[in-house]
Design a protein around this ligand. Structure first.
Ligand code: NAD
Length: 469
């Protein structure tokens, strides 16, 4: 195989070993032959993913540092350990998850066997974004391989150091008859999407999500869309400002704000804002020092395009904290904006950077109304010492996930489904939810040829007796 381990490398002509069509055909043949179905084969692939992580940790850490200057701690908790945990969980539960699931029977099916069979879809396409380029590659891959599928992986071309490591190293750890990688950007992905897949798992922006879903519709291919949006963070007056500042700042500035589930903006009263601002100021100083630019705990913006977009957002409202930026380093200081208008770009688009606007509301009702007037978010956060207030926000809104009195801790639990609702996406994964997402749930009833006399009462010619059946 070529040095990139890829059948098709659009940026390196020498690696074009065969066409994508041929590769897909090869994977389809593997699937049709039943090669990926046995538990042993699936477990071998999952063990391969585990070895890939262990053997190449330094290489992967370096790639994350080069692409995003991701601090090692953040890489550890949000990339390596989540992926390792998913592999471990899938290996431990594989056989139980694969088992046919018995279901209750009716009077007329008492003598039959009724069950749900978890069947692999076949050929799965996984498309990955750049912000958690290892986690968002491996976690869906674990689910797809555990469920017995063949996989085509399309990493992000934007996190280019990770793309290169994945392309060169990952294929060595997986059976080449069930796995292929295709590299490229929008154009190549567009071409890839013209082919028929049995399932498409996409993580990325709502804009591209629409393109993926449109392409999938042509073949009636089912999709999971893991998208983004603006995640509200309501802060009630009944809060300890220092605690809220610590928790909101940690999750807003984690990965330099480039997180789909980051709290995107704070909703609070003007009085709470007065108490929160000094607390945020001291939290930011404690986390990143007086000069965050020289802090090892703050990453960088992925590329110039996103840097310029974020620099534009710094002009919205009034800078209360931070606001500095440096193009040469793609550095944006942890920033808090106040006096922000709803109509300004910072409140219209997903921020995806270290900028936190505060929007004032006069009451809980007004906050809930503000949230409900917008697209359903991927995550929603509510802070209050009163559990009643948190419960009210939960009960009167909708979002992919919810966390009371903290940031995206709910995502760390593989026992919870991860996914959006409405414009923030469709479908769910993590843990067993991943296995189920990548499996067709086939409804099965097995009956013998006996008891024909009893069953014959349903046949025509119909008489009143049929109706009493
Ligand atoms: P993106 O939508 O620009 O790109 C995602 C993938 O789609 C990449 O692999 C890219 O090559 C491909 N792509 C880009 N343009 C395309 C086109 N025109 N046709 C076909 N494919 C195309 O997203 P991104 O900038 O990489 O990531 C940021 C977005 O992803 C944010 O909106 C964020 O909220 C979202 N996100 C969501 C989750 C989640 O789990 N819900 C996780 C991370 C990121």
């Amino acid at each position: 195989r070529c040095e990139h381990g890829s059948p098709w490398h659009p940026r390196a002509e020498a690696c074009r070993m065969d066409s994508v069509g041929d590769t897909l055909q090869r994977l389809r043949e593997t699937f049709s032959a039943g090669r990926t179905r046995p538990a042993e084969f699936r477990a071998t692939q999952l063990e391969g993913l585990g070895r890939f992580l262990r053997d190449n940790k330094q290489l992967l850490q370096e790639a994350l540092a080069r692409d995003l200057r991701k601090p090692d701690f953040e890489a550890e908790v949000s990339e390596f350990s989540m992926a390792q945990h998913e592999i471990h969980l899938a290996l431990r539960n594989l056989r139980a998850w694969m088992k046919d699931e018995k279901v209750p029977r009716s009077l007329g099916t008492q003598l039959d066997r009724a069950f749900i069979r978890k069947e692999p879809f076949g050929l799965v396409l996984i498309i990955v974004p750049w912000n958690y380029p290892l986690n968002l590659t491996l976690v869906p891959l674990v689910g797809a391989l555990a469920a017995g599928n063949c996989v085509v992986l399309k990493p992000s071309e934007i996190s280019k150091n990770m793309e290169q490591v994945l392309a060169e190293v990952l294929p060595r750890y997986l059976d080449q008859s069930c796995f292929a990688m295709v590299l490229g950007g929008p154009e190549e992905t567009g071409q890839l999407l013209e082919h028929r897949f049995d399932y498409i798992f996409f993580t990325g922006s709502p804009r591209v999500g629409r393109i993926v879903m449109t392409a999938a519709a042509k073949h009636l291919t089912p999709v999971t869309l893991e998208l983004g949006g603006k995640n509200p963070c309501y802060v009630d007056d009944n809060c300890d400002p220092e605690t809220v500042a610590n928790r909101v700042a940690f999750f807003r500035y984690f990965n330099t704000g480039q997180t789909c589930v980051a709290p995107d903006y704070v909703l609070c009263s003007p009085e709470m804002q007065e108490r929160l601002l000094p607390a945020l100021q001291s939290t930011i100083a404690r986390f990143f020092g007086e000069d965050p630019r020289s802090s090892p705990n703050l990453g960088r913006i992925i590329n110039d395009k996103h840097f310029q977009r974020l620099q534009g957002l710094l002009g919205c409202g009034r800078v209360a904290i931070g606001g500095q930026s440096d193009q040469s380093d793609r550095y944006i200081a942890p920033t808090v904006l106040v006096d922000v208008q709803e109509t300004e770009p910072v409140m219209q688009e997903e921020i995806f950077g270290p900028i936190l606007p505060i929007v004032n509301v006069r009451s809980l009702d007004e906050a809930i109304d503000f949230i409900n007037r917008r697209e359903k978010p991927l995550a929603l956060y509510a802070f209050s010492k009163s559990s009643e207030v948190v419960k009210q926000v939960l009960a009167r809104t909708s979002s992919g996930g919810f966390c009371g009195n903290d940031g995206f801790m709910h995502v760390s639990l593989a026992s919870l489904p991860f996914g959006g609702v409405g414009a923030s996406g469709m479908g769910r994964y993590h843990g067993k939810f991943s296995f189920d997402t990548f499996s067709h749930h086939r409804a099965c009833l097995l009956r013998s040829q006996g008891m024909e006399k009893v069953y014959s009462i349903r046949y025509p010619p119909y008489t009143p007796r049929n109706l009493r059946m």
